[in-house]
Design a protein around this ligand. Structure first.
Ligand code: CU
Length: 72
């Protein structure tokens, strides 16, 4: 299985609760291995298994959580 790490701009983050929200939301996606969010930079770095998760799915999840997401 090949792992991929992608960094997203996650605009709209304002506090550490945003980090926790994003981290728990993305961690619940099957195939996601690691999520690291930084509200000061408004970025989220995700490591996932390419065969199991679509990049689009991650963006969708971030948008659902309430953030404006794009690949950094
Ligand atoms: Cu917040």
């Amino acid at each position: 299985m090949s792992k991929k790490t992608v960094k997203f701009n996650t605009k709209g983050m304002v506090c550490s609760a945003c980090e926790m929200l994003i981290e728990s939301s993305l961690s619940s996606v099957d195939g996601v291995e690691e999520v690291s969010s930084d509200y000061a930079k408004e970025t989220t770095t995700v490591t996932y298994e390419e065969e199991r998760v679509e990049l689009e799915r991650l963006i969708e999840k971030l948008e659902e959580a309430g953030y404006e997401a794009s690949v950094a």
